[in-house]
Design a protein around this ligand. Structure first.
Ligand SMILES: NC(=O)c1ccc[n+]([C@@H]2O[C@H](COP(=O)([O-])OP(=O)(O)OC[C@H]3O[C@@H](n4cnc5c(N)ncnc54)[C@H](OP(=O)(O)O)[C@@H]3O)[C@@H](O)[C@H]2O)c1
Length: 276
């Protein structure tokens, strides 16, 4: 069985998270003596929670909304993936040193490419500039996608575009979330990714893009997974677009975290059925 190791998901809220079922199924299937628990940590206790986790020898953490950016200041080091994205979703306790990683970007990219092939040269409109969007944006541009970012707070879209341009030397366009502008821009896009929290429970009837703004064959990837069938995906089907839900990204980002923590290949199929 090996040594007992504990892993935490911290966020606020964490109720209804699929990660404990998915991670514990993965640990069981490899007969690891490891356990994963979700803990609600309000923003004002984040520093205490991280210090406590370190002192208790927690082996690793997943970090979710609203802590992905704030958590960085409490860590001892950042891996390249987290430093580039400016957000952390996975922490490894490496003999008392907490190292931050970001598996969201690679998780989304791997899942998307499994479904639709390489993104190289494809024109992508990404909605959002928060923790998940930042990581996805870097991974997409690194993989050769032609990226445009739209965000409600347009200054954050602009900041993300210039961060990528400085870091990767590739041009990235940005725009505000204006329906007419989005409709025009979408005409010439191959892929639309929603990395905002719009459409997430409890506001399940909200969407930033509706069927008449889409075209047949457009690939619509919604990373929201609570619920899996979002209004955006229903609108996509109405328009004859390809609708992809957020479960695949959830599983892939979790599999990458599992591999960082254990050094073992993740049982992706086991994780996928546990998360369903
Ligand atoms: N499938 C997966 O594995 C996976 C992984 C990570 C995250 N997610 C999901 O991705 C979503 C975003 O997560 P996150 O960590 O990036 O959150 P975050 O850092 O809080 O960012 C939220 C983003 O949504 C935008 N937004 C929020 N409310 C909006 C509204 N009413 N209208 C327009 N834009 C709005 C924000 O725009 P402003 O900048 O203007 O505030 C920001 O761009 C969540 O639903 C999360 O569950 C899924």
């Amino acid at each position: 069985m090996g040594p007992l190791k504990l892993f935490l998901l911290i966020g606020d809220p964490v109720e209804g998270s699929l990660s404990p079922a998915m991670m514990n199924a993965a640990f069981r299937s490899l007969k690891l003596n490891h356990f994963y628990v979700a803990v609600r940590v309000p923003e004002k206790f984040l520093g205490d929670a991280i210090a406590g986790a370190k002192k208790m020898g927690i082996a690793g953490l997943n970090v979710t909304i609203p802590h992905k950016i704030a958590v960085m200041r409490y860590l001892d080091a950042l891996d390249e993936s987290a430093a580039a994205a400016g957000a952390v979703n996975t922490v490894k306790n490496d003999r008392g040193r907490l190292i931050g990683f970001n598996t969201d970007g690679q998780g989304a990219l791997r899942n998307l490419e499994e479904k639709v092939g390489s993104v190289r040269g494809r024109r992508v409109l990404l909605l959002g500039a928060g923790g998940a969007a930042r990581a996805i944006a870097f991974s997409l541009v690194e993989a050769g996608a032609d990226l445009t970012i739209a965000n409600r707070t347009v200054s954050r879209a602009k900041e993300l575009a210039s961060l990528i341009e400085r870091g990767l030397g590739k041009r990235v366009s940005f725009l505000p979330l204006n329906r007419d502008r989005l409709k025009n821009v979408l005409r010439e896009k191959d892929i639309l990714i929603n990395a905002t929290s719009v459409g997430m429970r409890p506001k399940v009837n909200e969407t930033l893009v509706t069927a008449e703004m889409m075209h047949e064959g457009l690939i619509v990837y919604d990373i929201v997974y609570k619920p899996l069938q979002t209004r955006l995906l229903r609108e996509a089907r109405k328009a004859g677009a390809v609708a992809l839900d957020g479960l695949g990204m959830l599983v892939r980002q979790g599999a990458l975290a599992f591999e960082i923590w254990t050094g073992r290949k993740a049982p992706v199929r086991v994780m996928e059925s546990a998360a369903k």
